[in-house]
Write a protein that binds this ligand. Structure first.
Ligand SMILES: Cc1cc2nc3c(=O)[nH]c(=O)nc-3n(C[C@H](O)[C@H](O)[C@H](O)COP(=O)(O)OP(=O)(O)OC[C@H]3O[C@@H](n4cnc5c(N)ncnc54)[C@H](O)[C@@H]3O)c2cc1C
Length: 527
């Protein structure tokens, strides 16, 4: 670990810490978040950057130079982030002492960033995080699989908005990718969350929508069942999710209910032997192909009960492979779905759904009778895992953008030489590489934390999701810029990475809500 990185990190964390303390007082430990939204958003983001900095201090020695640039850049950004709100927090304009300022200036100096960019170009963007033997093998095996099976089809699937090929699912199932964080007792492989993240990352490097995101839904549902399912449900569903026999979709969002999940209005009414579900849902990804949909529905018609009136159901449905489907049950229940067209994230297809008296047996209420009214909490337990996994997805898309851009700047010549020979190109590549390293630092740390106390690791998983998704948007766009006009052409994959990355800050908690209500709340609540 470098002393300069430690110095930078300590100074930046102290700065963010003072803002957090003042914001705790201002918001009465988070009770008054909505009265001070801009303050909370900025403080929560600065706290996230401070956490990334802490993880960068621990980055492996082989990444020393790139981690140094990443740390200096983050530290430099924190005063700008806090400056507009400093007077509201009763703080003077934020800044650093001379020693920290000098270390930061050295880290963000063009020559330092360009050197990192030159190394990124020389390695064609293959910025590998050092791992132990087992995890290294996981990563190289998944990369080989993704290169062989996914990469040759990724562009076609995107251009024609095809459904994920069935072969991807069956091969991934054989390799155990759907059970990486399911306990062995329930048919999983339990290699831990870092193995799951590395797998996700490599699959997403090949294709966010046609491969990397296939793991998200089983992860979310498995974690919800582990958190609150009955023993019989764990035994019935977890092995089938882990083996890929059952593919799941997750349905929380509705046409008029997004971030305000407690207001979900889709109803579940008791009937003999179970419940019927009636209402509309929106943006249910993979709902066509899925065998089951985890549906969050209102079992208590008293809307004043809010989140306490919601229950989580595992809803069976037939498989469909098109952009539109309709299903009917013998007793008269119906379910219709129509995919909404999107510029990226194609392959999974995200559906608007319409349930009408769709029957679900009692056995498929997550948590059984005790699960009635607990759906919100169980869904949120699932989303913690989903957010971590999305940090991995973001790192994979970012890695792909860095690699393609590094190769492009070697091949593309202007004014008589490769554009990668220009200082400004190297500087941009250096920033891309350092941002990716920072995103990995927090995502891998969150994965390790999740192997311990999952509940306690929730805030860092949310920080990983927030930060890595922003990095993916920023780095893919920078990569596109370095491709010039060809970056806007569909035949170059960088345009796919840009389109795909843009969805990352939207789902599993749209960025402003994730920052305010998940990260802000947890950072400010701590005493
Ligand atoms: C491609 C895609 C796939 C998806 N897949 C799924 C899926 O599989 N399952 C699922 O359930 N959902 C899915 N979603 C839905 C996604 O989770 C929601 O879009 C997201 O939660 C935000 O909800 P919303 O779109 O209704 O935005 P809204 O909640 O309407 O928010 C829009 C904006 O309003 C502002 N805002 C809202 N509330 C506040 C507030 N209290 N304070 C300050 N500002 C506020 C914020 O700026 C926010 O960005 C998917 C979405 C997309 C685009």
């Amino acid at each position: 670990m470098s002393d300069a990185r430690r110095l930078i990190s300590d100074a930046a964390r102290a700065l963010a810490g003072r803002a957090v303390d003042a914001a705790r007082t201002l918001t009465r430990h988070g009770e008054a978040i909505d009265e001070h939204q801009v303050v909370v958003e900025r403080v929560a983001y600065a706290a996230t950057e401070a956490r990334v900095l802490a993880e960068l201090v621990e980055a492996p020695g082989a990444l020393s130079e790139v981690a140094q640039v990443a740390a200096a850049e983050l530290a430099a950004s924190i005063p700008y982030r806090l400056a507009p709100i400093a007077p509201l927090l009763g703080l003077s304009l934020p800044g650093y002492d001379a020693a920290a300022a000098a270390a930061i200036a050295a880290g963000i100096a063009p020559a330092a960033v360009e050197a990192v960019g030159a190394a990124a170009i020389a390695s064609e963007g293959r910025l590998m995080w050092p791992l132990d033997e087992v995890l290294g093998e996981v990563r190289s095996n998944v990369r080989a699989f993704a290169e062989r099976e996914v990469v040759p089809h990724a562009e076609r699937i995107h251009h024609h908005d095809e459904l994920v090929p069935e072969r991807f699912i069956s091969e991934m199932a054989k390799l155990g990718y759907f059970g990486l964080s399911v306990p062995e007792a329930y048919g999983g492989h339990e290699l831990g969350n870092l193995a799951m993240i590395l797998t996700t990352e490599e699959l997403s490097r090949a294709s966010l929508a046609a491969a990397g995101s296939l793991i998200t839904r089983p992860e979310i549902l498995a974690k919800a069942i582990l958190a609150g399912g009955t023993e019989a449900q764990k035994q019935a569903w977890l092995p089938r999710l882990a083996s890929g026999e059952v593919m799941a979709a997750i349905s929380v969002t509705e046409p008029n209910v997004g971030s305000d999940v407690a207001s979900v209005s889709c109803r579940a009414e008791r009937v003999p032997g179970g419940f019927t579900i009636t209402g509309a849902k929106a943006w249910c990804t993979f709902a066509g192909r899925a065998d089951v949909i985890a549906v969050l529905a209102r079992t208590d018609p008293d809307v004043s009960k809010g989140a306490r009136g919601l229950t989580l159901f595992i809803v069976d449905k037939p498989r469909f492979d098109g952009h539109e489907f309709a299903a009917a049950q013998p007793a008269g229940g119906t379910l219709g779905g129509k995919a909404d067209r999107t510029p990226g994230y194609r392959g999974m297809h995200s559906f608007t759904l319409s349930f009408d008296k769709w029957f679900v047996p009692d056995a498929q209420v997550v948590g059984g009778e005790g699960g009635i009214g607990r759906g919100f909490a169980l869904q949120m337990a699932g989303f913690v895992a989903g957010r971590l996994q999305t940090g991995g997805r973001a790192c994979g898309v970012t890695q792909a953008a860095v690699e393609h851009t590094a190769r492009y700047v070697i091949e593309r010549r202007q004014f008589g030489k490769p554009i990668g020979d220009y200082g400004l190109t190297r500087y941009h590549l250096g920033r891309m590489a350092s941002r990716l390293t920072a995103a990995r630092a927090i995502t891998y740390a969150a994965a390790t934390a999740m192997d311990g106390d999952e509940r306690a690791a929730g805030p860092v998983a949310a920080m990983a999701k927030l930060f890595a998704c922003d990095v993916a948007v920023e780095v893919t766009q920078l990569g596109q810029l370095l491709h010039g006009g060809w970056g806007y052409a569909e035949e170059y994959p960088i345009s796919r990475y840009v389109a795909d990355a843009q969805v990352l800050p939207i789902f599993e908690g749209v960025k402003p809500i994730l920052t305010l209500k998940v990260i802000g709340r947890s950072v400010l609540a701590a005493r």
